[in-house]
Design a protein around this ligand. Structure first.
Ligand SMILES: NC(=O)c1ccc[n+]([C@@H]2O[C@H](COP(=O)([O-])OP(=O)(O)OC[C@H]3O[C@@H](n4cnc5c(N)ncnc54)[C@H](O)[C@@H]3O)[C@@H](O)[C@H]2O)c1
Length: 308
């Protein structure tokens, strides 16, 4: 898909990933952002983009913003709560919303979609995990919802003329990141630089990717992958443990706290303690991650400390 000069709808475009994407696309496209601001910030929507505040679970709102003049939809809106006690809310907030987006696209004949899935679809799979790993065994309602949403996209791609790009993200980090381990450590260490409580045993080890690299990779895939359904892992080739993140954040803040671990092999129920995605398919399409996971964590820490 050539995005230059297109009308692009970005759902969740006031959130972390969506607002950075909207920034980038607004330079040479006509961008419409829709977001209910449940976890986003209207101030992050770029000046050049149109903004509608609204809830994409509402079909009337979708009818208003998703019209036949839209060339492509970047569907990034989602509730990221990994709350195992609220699977129905997860289903209604995310899976039903994605179904509504697909139905509306089919109704008005919009046939290009990019969708943010997650490494969590693989559950506790062997690493590095390639896109064709099976069976997918998610361990949280959030991840189960992403599997269900990918399946719906597959159906519309194969039977209703949709071209879909599915991005299975590692942990994406950078300016505007909230509700994740790096901003959490920064906040705790600002309150008390002498002690840091770390969820789990600190040995959880995951792959982190900087938002700018994530956007480069996404734009590359959208421009070059031309199957009906294009599923790509986006990540770095290395991992960073939670203790290592604590070390990096402490170094960057110039503090030397005692670590206190809450114990157990994972941070919370439904957390996948070890994750590294194979990026061979992405490399085969001509995009290679250059930064390590540690580099991404350090850069994001510096940016967040600078208030970006
Ligand atoms: N950041 C990551 O590391 C990561 C990893 C894997 C997958 N993802 C996926 O990428 C996407 C973007 O994530 P993010 O990190 O930017 O999260 P985010 O919470 O910053 O962005 C999501 C945005 O969607 C909005 N939103 C939620 N429900 C909505 C609704 N019903 N209607 C309209 N807007 C709604 C929120 O207000 C928020 O601005 C999500 O689909 C998420 O599941 C992110």
């Amino acid at each position: 898909m050539n995005l230059t000069g297109s009308r692009v709808l970005v759902t969740g475009g006031a959130g972390f990933v969506g607002s950075h994407l909207a920034d980038r696309l607004a330079a040479d496209n006509d961008v419409l952002v829709v977001d209910d601001c449940s976890n986003g910030d209207a101030g992050w929507v770029p000046d050049g983009a149109e903004f509608v505040e609204g809830d994409c679970t509402d079909p009337d709102l979708l009818a208003e913003v998703l019209t036949a003049d839209v060339d492509a939809v970047f569907h990034f809106a989602a509730s990221k709560a990994v709350d195992t006690d609220r699977p129905r809310a997860q289903f209604e907030d995310n899976t039903a919303m994605t179904y509504n987006v697909l139905e509306r696209m089919a109704e008005v004949g919009v046939d290009e979609l990019a969708f943010t899935s997650s490494s969590t679809v693989y559950g506790e799979a062997p690493r590095p995990t390639p896109e064709d790993y099976a069976p997918l065994e998610p361990i949280s309602p959030y991840a189960a919802g992403k599997v269900a949403e990918e399946s719906l996209l597959s159906t519309y791609a194969h039977s209703h003329g949709l071209r879909a790009h599915v991005f299975r993200f590692a942990n994406i980090v950078g300016p505007r990141l909230r509700g994740a381990v790096i901003p959490d450590f920064i906040e705790k260490l600002r309150e008390d630089p002498t002690e840091l409580t770390i969820l789990g045993d600190g040995r959880q080890e995951k792959s982190y990717m900087h938002i700018e690299a994530c956007l480069d990779a996404m734009c590359h895939v959208v421009a070059h992958a031309d199957r009906d359904l294009n599923v790509y892992n986006l990540g770095t080739r290395t991992t960073t443990s939670v203790d290592r993140i604590a070390d990096i954040v402490s170094e960057e803040m110039g503090v030397d706290p005692e670590y206190e671990h809450t114990g157990g092999d994972r941070g919370w129920t439904g957390d996948v303690p070890r994750m590294r995605l194979s990026v061979e398919k992405l490399a085969g399409l001509g995009w290679e991650p250059t930064d390590s996971s540690d580099d991404a964590v350090r850069q994001a820490t510096r940016e967040l400390l600078a208030g970006l």
